[in-house]
Design a protein. Structure first.
Length: 305
C-alpha cells in the first residue's frame, strides 16, 4: 500500500497554465497614435490662436493693408498704430478708457464674490421655508434672455436718474442677480461636510462666523473661477456701457474702440486693432495672476475624514 505525500501530489498534479502574454498595443502603433494625437492638438491650437496672431500681425500694418491682405505678418512692420494711441481719441487719453474698464471690472468682481457667496451660503447651509422654491426660481432666471429685461431696466433707471452712471452696470452685481455664479457656489458648498458647521456651532460660532472663517476658505476654487469669468465678462462688455453711458469720458475700452470710426464711416483700422491688442493684456494678466490660486485650491480642497 503506497502513500501519497503532498510533495508527490505537487509533482504529479496538473501543470499550471502558462502565463498569458502581456496585453498591449504594438509600440509602432502606439507611437503612431501618440503622434496623431499631438498633431491633432496642434491643429486645434492653431485654429484657436489664429485670431490672436492675426490681430498681432495687423497691429503692425498700415490701415490700407489690413483689409484684403492675405499676409498674416507684415514684411515691413510699423509702429505708427501704437504711437497714435498715445495721442488719444477725440482729445481723450487712452488711459481713461482703461481706467473706466478697470473700475467696472473690479467693481463687478467684488460685487459678485460678496453677494453671490452670501446667497449661496443661505441656499446651501441654512434651512428656511421656501428655500427650494426660491432656488428654482433663481435658476429659472437663466432662461430669460438679456434683451427681455433690457427695456424695463432702462426705463426704471431712467426714472431714477441713474443713466450715464455706472450704477445700472454694477448694482445687479451687488444684488446676486448672476444666477450662474450663485448656482456654482451652491453646488460647491453642498459638498462640504456638515460636521464642520456642527463643530463650529458647538464652539459658539454663528452663521456669519461660519461663512467667513470656514466656508469661504474652502470655497476658494469656486470664488477664483467666478472672479476670472466675471472680470472677463465685464472687461469685454459692450452692450451695457453702450446703453447706459453717454459721455465719451466715461466710455470703457470696448466703447473707446468704436470712436476710431469718424462721422463719415471711415475707420482707422490700424489704431483700432492696436488698441484691441493692448486691451488683451489686462485680461491675460488677471488670468495668469489667479490661475495659480485656482489650481492650488483645486488640488488642496479635498477633505479627509
Amino acid at each position: 500500500m503506497s502513500t501519497t505525500t503532498p510533495a508527490s501530489k505537487a509533482r504529479t498534479g496538473p501543470l499550471a497554465p502558462p502565463s498569458a502574454p502581456r496585453r498591449g498595443a504594438d509600440p509602432v502603433r502606439r507611437r503612431g497614435g501618440s503622434l496623431a494625437w499631438h498633431l491633432g492638438s496642434l491643429l486645434v491650437l492653431a485654429v484657436v490662436l489664429y485670431p490672436v496672431a492675426w490681430v498681432a500681425g495687423a497691429s503692425f500694418k498700415p490701415s490700407r493693408e489690413i483689409v484684403g491682405s492675405l499676409e498674416l505678418f507684415p514684411a515691413a512692420p510699423i509702429l505708427e498704430n501704437f504711437r497714435g494711441l498715445a495721442d488719444g481719441i477725440a482729445d481723450i487719453p487712452i488711459a481713461t478708457f482703461f481706467e473706466n474698464s478697470l473700475f467696472y471690472a473690479l467693481g463687478s468682481v467684488i460685487g459678485i464674490l460678496v453677494s453671490c457667496s452670501l446667497t449661496a451660503y443661505a441656499f446651501a447651509r441654512i434651512r428656511f421655508a421656501g428655500r427650494n422654491l426660491l432656488f428654482s426660481l433663481m435658476i429659472g432666471t437663466l432662461l430669460l434672455p438679456y434683451h427681455v429685461l433690457l427695456i424695463p431696466q432702462y426705463v426704471m433707471f431712467q426714472k431714477m436718474e441713474l443713466i450715464n452712471t455706472y450704477v445700472p452696470l454694477l448694482i445687479g452685481k451687488y444684488l446676486a442677480t448672476e444666477a450662474f455664479f450663485v448656482f456654482l457656489m451652491v453646488q460647491f458648498m453642498r459638498n462640504l461636510p456638515k460636521e464642520l458647521d456642527e463643530a463650529a456651532r458647538i464652539d459658539g460660532c454663528g452663521h456669519l462666523r461660519i461663512y467667513w472663517s470656514i466656508v469661504l476658505p474652502l470655497c476658494r476654487p469656486a470664488l477664483i473661477t467666478s472672479a476670472i469669468f466675471t472680470f472677463i465678462n465685464a472687461w469685454n462688455d459692450f452692450m451695457g456701457p453702450l446703453i447706459y453711458l453717454n459721455e465719451p469720458g466715461k466710455y470703457t475700452v470696448s466703447l473707446g474702440m468704436m470712436m476710431f470710426r469718424d462721422q463719415e464711416g471711415v475707420a482707422n483700422y490700424g489704431g483700432m486693432i492696436a488698441m484691441s491688442l493692448v486691451a488683451l493684456l489686462p485680461v491675460l494678466l488677471f488670468f495668469l495672476a489667479f490661475q495659480r490660486y485656482l489650481i492650488d485650491g483645486m488640488a488642496t480642497s479635498g477633505l479627509k475624514g
